[in-house]
Design a protein around this ligand. Structure first.
Ligand code: ATP
Length: 435
């Protein structure tokens, strides 16, 4: 095992041990490509989604939130090109029967598992098909959406008619997407059910370049919001011929994951492809009337697309740290306080001293009023509690001891990264904790 493979194994095991991520349907032997999130995993995801929503929706005047249905009329996916074109090349080994995504193989003719000969690649559509209603017929076919984007394009007219925004403006959505990936792998990096945070930003055709550039900056800013190391984020310009069918320019933002440099986010110039396709297929006019120039046209669209789970994995990967404190090895997650599931843990020094427990509870209730993500913990000895909070990435541990009560000496605050403790007066505590 290489060092990086070991790191990945350690992250997966920590995620399970500490209640971040479990294998989907685990008690039945699992279901490939699905993952379940435990209490800390849910909060980590919510914090990431909250930062995204704040940056791209709440802090801007030109962005509108949408929450569209996951199951849509099949004609949406016909018009968008997904029914005919949303596929990956699949090769099957003639000897062992294993299946692979052809474009991810080093040698597209040889089976990486048994060395056997691989058959001709065929296109495999990645959408999960289902039927809506009790009848299974051509007309009842629908799909679990493979991207959230289409839910925004089909609501473009609703937004124009009800909110009356002027160009440029964007629609933003966070929600589940499903892809029947041929080879789900690398923990939560490539799964069959995941969440996307997407924006469809509509502009006048001539303005696409400057908007595209401004989103390059915004994407980087978001990676900083969640605490990623700038040095681990790279831009990859996708060449002509390699881009998705709808895109005239694409940048992949790649991240140095433990298993290599891989796509974290994407930014695409989708032109007027989608609105035009839906206008034609639905026979509903999806053009925009520009009051300034008195012209009518179909806006062009810039799409930044973010995967929630890939962000979670990047955040975990940058946060995972091993060091030694006072001669003892420890593991901790160096989360930015903004994403950390728990910001502050409050302990009584000893569990069996009611006066310490009561005081700690009082401080816990006090902090809880101002800070989201405070826990009370009196399980095990203090060393165990520190280890637990380190492993879930809690930036601060506050301990109530005898001096707190007898000498009115405040509490001790332990810093996760340095392990150092400082005495802090109770009334200054909220200000001291930078969360
Ligand atoms: P890849 O080339 O890795 O399959 P993609 O180019 O198909 O990804 P997009 O269609 O651009 O991905 O999807 C937008 C974003 O959704 C990606 O940048 C990624 O963050 C996320 N994403 C896509 N597929 C998956 C998946 N199977 N599991 C988790 N996240 C995904």
């Amino acid at each position: 095992m290489t060092q990086e493979e070991t790191k990945m194994e350690k992250i997966i095991s920590l995620c399970k041990r500490r209640g971040f991520v479990y294998q989907g349907s685990e008690i039945y032997g699992g279901l490939a490509g699905t993952w379940d999130y435990g209490p800390y995993g849910v909060t980590l995801k919510n914090n990431i989604k909250g930062l995204w929503w704040k940056r791209f929706v709440e802090d801007r005047d030109d962005m509108y939130g949408v929450d569209a249905a996951i199951i849509m009329n099949q004609n949406v996916w016909k018009a968008s090109g997904h029914v005919s074109g949303f596929s990956d090349p699949l090769s099957e080994c003639k000897k062992c029967g294993h299946r692979f995504r052809t474009d991810q193989l080093e040698d597209p003719k040889k089976c990486p598992d048994c060395g056997g000969v691989l058959g001709e690649a065929r296109q495999f559509n990645m959408m999960f098909k289902t039927n809506v209603g009790p009848l299974e017929s051509e007309d009842s076919i629908s799909y679990l959406r493979p991207e959230t984007a289409q839910g925004m394009f089909v609501n473009f007219k609703n937004i124009l008619d009800t909110i009356h925004p002027t160009l440029p403006f964007g629609l933003a959505q966070i929600g589940k997407a499903f892809r029947n990936e041929i080879a789900p792998r690398d923990f939560i990096f490539r799964s069959r059910e995941f969440e996307q945070m997407e924006i469809e930003y509509f502009v006048k055709p001539d303005d696409w370049k400057k908007t595209f550039e401004s989103f390059v900056k915004e994407v980087h800013a978001f990676t900083t919001d969640v605490g990623l190391d700038k040095k681990h984020v790279h831009e990859l310009e996708i060449a002509d011929g390699d881009r998705a069918h709808y895109s005239k320019r694409t940048i992949d933002f790649e991240f140095d994951f433990p298993f290599g440099k891989k796509e974290l986010f994407g930014l695409a110039y989708r032109t007027d492809f989608d609105l035009k396709a839906h206008s034609e297929a639905s026979k509903v006019d999806l053009s925009y009337f520009d009051e300034e120039t008195k012209t009518r046209f179909i806006p062009h669209c810039i799409e930044p697309s973010f995967g929630v789970e890939r962000t979670v994995l990047a955040v975990l990967s940058d946060a995972y740290t091993e060091d030694e404190i006072d001669g003892e090895k420890r593991v901790y997650l160096k989360f930015s306080p903004k994403v950390a599931p728990i910001k502050v843990a409050v302990f009584p020094l000893l569990k069996n001293k009611p006066m310490l427990v009561e005081k700690a509870q009082e401080i816990f209730n006090l902090l809880r009023k101002d800070i989201k993500g405070v826990v009370f913990d009196d399980n095990g000895n203090i060393g165990k509690r520190y280890r637990r909070q380190d492993e879930i990435g809690t930036p601060y541990c506050v301990t109530v001891d005898f001096d707190t009560i007898e000498k009115d000496a405040g509490v001790t605050v332990r810093n996760r990264d340095t392990g150092k403790q400082e005495r802090v007066k109770i009334k200054e505590l909220t200000k001291y904790l930078k969360v």
